[in-house]
Design a protein around this ligand. Sequence first.
Ligand SMILES: C[S@@+](CC[C@H](N)C(=O)[O-])C[C@H]1O[C@@H](n2cnc3c(N)ncnc32)[C@H](O)[C@@H]1O
Length: 248
Amino acid sequence: MEIDYNELAKKYDLTRKENINIINRFLESLSYFEGTNVLDFGCGTGNFTCALKRITNANVYGVEPADEMRQRAIDKSADVVFKKGNHEKIPFRDNFFDFIYMTDVIHHIPDIGIMFKELNRVLKQGGSLCIVTESHKQIESRFWVRYFPTTIEVEKERYPDVPEIIESAINNGFVFSKTETTDENHKHSISQNFYMLVENRGYSMFHLISNDDYECGLVDLKNDYNKQVEIEYNHGETFVWLKKPFKG
Ligand SMILES: C[S@@+](CC[C@H](N)C(=O)[O-])C[C@H]1O[C@@H](n2cnc3c(N)ncnc32)[C@H](O)[C@@H]1O
């Protein structure tokens, strides 16, 4: 089943916003934002794009294929340039960006080799690319898999695992810099925001499991949410850092 982000756009911002910890990691790893060109690839409704613009003096751009998502981004900030594009066509000239990042996007890309080639074209030599995603191990450690176990296989199908990402990037002109993970122990009860997110099928994986699996999981989740049951887990994200090398 195809995920229709024009449809999801209606509810996307009810449950999703930028994660300041992710932005802080970008700021920690790169010291050169002033006056540079930064691209948020697959920027959705522009939550990360607009936050980065507020925090830095960079020229921030967003590329997003879904019209409804992109329009919401355009409505948020006149200081960011949002354009239509996708993994096959990024509407900028060669060697334009100093830094490109993508959050929660790579699992939607049908051919990551084509994407890396196109990202390589628009990135300057010496420029950095950061992919924020989840490894297969991290997918297995999400706290909600106890309610929705069938999401594990569905997610592993569409998320390329970290070695596959690195290999494809290298095959398309990048050099590998480092990976970072944000795994840490968590202990908390289910928040109202998370419950709403699931109830609204705010993650695309809830559109990919069967209705029965979804409804069953929702009943158990609601039960634990109402009882404010404490849940322990260890889960985070992976940052894959790559560089476009200088020509020798
Ligand atoms: C989960 S959303 C993440 C949006 C945003 N990066 C964020 O973190 O809020 C995934 C986004 O990837 C976009 N997307 C899907 N296919 C794409 C493609 N082929 N090229 C670029 N972006 C794509 C979707 O339209 C959607 O906005």
